[in-house]
Design a protein around this ligand. Structure first.
Ligand SMILES: Nc1ncnc2c1ncn2[C@@H]1O[C@H](COP(=O)(O)OP(=O)(O)O)[C@@H](O)[C@H]1O
Ligand SMILES: [Mg+2]
Length: 262
């Protein structure tokens, strides 16, 4: 699925160092990665591994310290506007205005992609139907449940029919029912539109259920990569193991970063 000819993301030597008064923080230390068109990639790692920093670079929000990438046919450094036109991004901490209505948020997002007023309203209706928000259009976003808010944020990320959707910890803080609903939704978006999904998570069951391929990052580097089944077999010798066992074998820690006694 990720053969070079059908790849939609190619990342080469991506790094990011933050210069703080206390010294440099090497958040991302050299990521090389190719993602196939239509693939759901789980970018997995403990807190502080560099997942959000990587995503912010790939979505043009943060300049890399080194390396480059090509995303949906556009060069990240030379054509960031081209990249932005072809991707959607749902940040880890949502940026919804609690006083703003659902319809207004959707229409505004479509307008940001330079749709006419009429096209934006039409697309907002379409997105609402697709993501099950039609009955909530007049509700202020501050009155939505966590799961509904996440669905709205994803709808906004899909406004421009992106080739690649970046989701940063899409289900963190959701109850189990809403998490399962969201997995179904992501799988459906990929099935219906062929959207490539690049999602970060520290939930191993999420990566296991949803991802075609998992990339484990730790301290800014890729430390393992493969299908969930590959990783289980390779690191625990047992294809029936949980991804948690494989993750522990790879990083020596639980997925949330706290040390775990093995
Ligand atoms: N703006 C910033 N300034 C300084 N350090 C940062 C900044 N953003 C992230 N970091 C540091 O970079 C590392 C990776 O952070 P992050 O990419 O947010 O990890 P993750 O999303 O995997 O939890 C952490 O050590 C974090 O403290
Ligand atoms: Mg993060």
């Amino acid at each position: 699925m990720s053969s070079l000819s059908s790849s939609v993301i190619r990342i080469r030597g991506l790094t990011r160092t933050f210069q703080l008064k206390s010294g440099p923080v090497h958040a991302v230390r050299g990521i090389d990665l190719t993602v196939g068109r239509g693939e759901i990639l789980g970018f997995l790692g403990p807190n502080g591994a560099g997942k959000t920093t990587t995503l912010r670079m790939l979505t043009t929000l943060l300049p890399p310290s080194g390396g480059d990438a090509e995303i949906a046919g556009h060069d990240l450094l030379r054509d960031p506007a081209g990249v932005r036109r072809r991707i959607g991004y749902v940040a880890q901490s949502g940026g919804l205005d609690p006083a703003c209505g659902v319809r207004e948020e959707l229409v505004t997002q479509c307008r940001l992609h330079l749709m006419s007023r009429g096209a934006a309203r039409e697309r907002a209706g379409e997105l609402a139907r697709e993501l099950g928000l039609s009955d909530l259009m007049d509700r202020p976003t501050g009155a939505l449940s966590g799961g509904q808010r996440r669905r709205l944020e994803i709808a906004m990320g899909l406004a421009n029919r992106p080739e690649v959707l970046f989701l940063d910890e899409p289900t963190t803080g959701l109850d189990p029912g809403s998490r399962a609903e969201l997995w179904e939704l992501v799988a459906r978006v990929r099935a219906e539109h062929g959207t490539t999904v690049f999602l970060t998570t520290h939930y191993l069951d999420e990566a296991d259920a949803l991802a075609d391929r998992v990339v484990v990052v730790d301290s800014g580097r890729i430390v393992a990569e493969g299908t969930p089944a590959d990783l289980k077999t390779r690191y625990t010798g047992d294809p029936a193991a949980s991804l948690q066992d494989a993750f522990l074998a790879i990083t020596g820690r639980g997925a949330t970063g706290e040390p775990v006694a093995i």
